[in-house]
Ligand binder design. Structure first.
Ligand SMILES: CC(C)(COP(=O)(O)OP(=O)(O)OC[C@H]1O[C@@H](n2cnc3c(N)ncnc32)[C@H](O)[C@@H]1OP(=O)(O)O)[C@@H](O)C(=O)NCCC(=O)NCCS
Length: 174
């Protein structure tokens, strides 16, 4: 069995990972999730874990200059965390998340990492040092600036880790 981790540009790699998304999040599953109907940004980068050349785990990365408490702040976004059902509990999502955080840290410009998840998934992240963000988050949806509270925001310390206050993503969420 060969395992490879790649970090690739977001849009061109979409066809490679679409079958994995369709398997984990088919439309009928998404319809039941808190983020059904949310308009998401396209990722800048993707972490793809392949086992014997089959993409089995994925994490998306986003770079965004947001506004926190009226000042610009550089956010490293993380999303699209998913593992093929037959490859779970082998540490693949943990490895992919670590690779994503290393990438964001190595870029040096990102102040903190931010992800959004369903409330029942927060334990997965808080056991990996992510902390709940307690403030209000605003984002773009269908061209308007709206309060974004469909999911729980979680932050991870890079240079700093704000936990409260108004945070504007200045664009689509992820
Ligand atoms: C969540 C998910 C990405 C984990 O992938 P994975 O490759 O199995 O993750 P890892 O092997 O690195 O870690 C698995 C551990 O996380 C734990 N875990 C999984 N879901 C959890 C949850 N909802 N709450 C707390 N812990 C959770 C597992 O029990 C396991 O713990 P163990 O190693 O002590 O047995 C995978 O279950 C998945 O794709 N789920 C469906 C998509 C999804 O919900 N993605 C998250 C979106 S925010």
């Amino acid at each position: 069995m060969s395992i490879e981790i790649e970090i690739v540009t977001g849009d061109p790699a979409w066809p490679r990972v679409k079958p994995l998304f369709d398997l984990v999040w088919p439309p009928e599953t998404v319809a039941q999730l808190p983020w059904a109907g949310v308009e998401f940004a396209h990722p800048d980068l993707r972490v793809i874990v392949e086992v014997d050349e089959l993409p089995v785990c994925h994490v998306s990365l986003y770079r965004r200059e947001g506004i926190w408490r009226d000042r610009p702040i550089r956010i490293g976004g993380i999303g699209g965390v998913l593992t093929h059902p037959s490859f779970r509990k082998q540490g693949l999502a943990s490895v992919a998340l670590d690779a994503a955080l290393h990438t964001l840290r190595d870029e040096r410009s990102n102040d903190f990492a931010l992800l959004f998840c369903a409330s029942e998934m927060t334990g997965f992240y808080t056991s990996r040092n992510w902390k709940p963000y307690m403030g209000e988050v605003f984002a773009e949806q269908r061209g308007a600036r709206v309060r974004f509270d469909a999911m729980q925001p979680l932050v991870y310390y890079l240079k700093r880790a704000p936990h409260e206050g108004e945070l504007d993503l200045r664009g689509l969420p992820w």
